[in-house]
Design a protein. Sequence first.
Length: 234
Amino acid sequence: MNDDPLIRCHDLTKVYRKGRIEVTPLANLTLEVPRGEFLGLMGPSGSGKTTLLNLISGIDRPTSGTLWVGDHEISNMSRGQLTKWRSTECGYIFQLYHLVPILSAYENVELPLLLQKRLSRKARRIKVEAALELVGLADRSDHRPSELSGGQEQRVAIARALVADPALLVADEPTGDLDRESANQILKLLSELAGVHQKTIVMVTHDARAAEAADRTLHLEKGQLVESGGGGVA
């Protein structure tokens, strides 16, 4: 990890309107995340953590404020520009994996690369095999999700998030559907991706033990950040 911030949020506000009612899950939030940091986000339901994750990953756009990821001011991008940006610059890891059941692990990991029309089949194969090797599943590339354990499915999902070599990974409850042993393996993998491979990771979790794997943990309360400690997985 270094002091150069990959993520810079300044006065970030998000307002949702439901008829005449306004809901503001984030208000004037300012945050910097250094390159190579593994950041944990915790907080009660409705505290704004998923909203923040969606803004950082370009799934949603802020109502006001600025948001930079690297050299890109994503708060100023159109939805089309954000879609293109996400395909190469941000990988998303979900709680429930979202793998296509009829596709093999290899084919699931390859999916994001199919959006990059200039990549040859050979170039895609090199990237997919490298991603599966990195998560320890090179020998399971032809297995379908039903033939994998929950922990292995999540590793495939992480490989899919990694395959385009983005600088940023965002994870929404990545261990929430796993047993403790599998969860610890996934957390160790995420820690290695940040520490060894210099990926910047922002993880939302309700699990205090999972948050201990992060370099730093922030708690959200009514859209405001409160910093707490950090740690590691033994």
